[in-house]
Design a binder for this molecule. Sequence first.
Ligand SMILES: *Cc1c(COP(=O)(O)O)cnc(C)c1O
Length: 358
Amino acid sequence: MIWPEVRDDLALLAGYHSPQIEVDVRLNTNESPYAPPDSWKEDLHEGITKIDWNRYPDREAKQLTENIASFHNVLSSNVVAANGSNEILQSLFLAYGGTGRSAGIFEPTYALHSHIARITGTEVISAERNSSFGIDQETAEAVIAQKPNLIFLCSPNNPTGIVESKELITYMLEECLKVGSLLVVDEAYSEFSEWSSVELVKDDAPIVVSKTFSKTWSMASARLGYLLGPETVVKALKDVLLPYHLDGFKQIAGRLALQHVGEMNSRVMSLTSERERMAEALQHLPIQQWESGANFILFKPLPEANISGQKLWELLLERSILVRNCSSWSRLENCLRVTIGTPEENNMFLGALEGILE
Ligand SMILES: *Cc1c(COP(=O)(O)O)cnc(C)c1O
């Protein structure tokens, strides 16, 4: 028997997984700790009775696309929705990456960017962020000089929480225009920060912004994301997406969510204020933290705490608190990332942390 072999380059890839462990306090995957509003669930209940289950869904997801467009004040021709923003990222690689093409990525950042690059056979041009995890202009310039087909930014950046400045993104966009690179800004968390690159999106600028219902909208389970960008890019993505990729249920779930903007905004506001409270509390502990514009905080024990990040993660887990263990990731030695939860969850996390570090 000769068993079929997967591609050599895939065999070497490690998957991207966060352990799904049963714990009391789950603060490891940046989900919203809040369920979506009850009124949305009721609307959805009603909405799904209208689905023609024996028919294919609206191929263009026209209504959802229009609703997203008006939510962001752009045209429908500048929007494409998909199964999570990860599918958007994958489609960008399918359309603009691939064999013989390249993508610029500034590490450390969201692991999926380089992961999907490799799956699609796209060469990764990897650049390093500076010591405070910002991107220096010279570094950006050096990457763009290599004329990658795609350049990925993540703002706020996962896992550091750092928000890229408008100056940097505007500068990079101008440089991209000169060499034919497409600038991708992954904004999974931008609602928790002060500004969004959406304002830079227009038909004659090579910039796209990807967004998701997974975090802000408390809808990680629905797997819905979208891209805002120039019409030509939107068209290219539609060419590589599978036909009828967005099921009827998801289209309704997304449309109805956009009728509950007020509740979503208040969830974002309470998480943002909890983040500030957490940051303030961490200041009183032997902890180094990075200023975050997202719904999580990256932190690590200071040398005087005499504990490794790995050990700290284990002791938190013993207390049934799960945070993301980034301590083995490149440049993130001893670092952990905590998602902002409900006030009660955050208190349990802070209490446990204090207990361990005392
Ligand atoms: C969580 C996250 C996403 C979300 O992906 P979905 O497929 O929309 O759930 C995208 N980008 C970053 C940086 C994330 O952290």
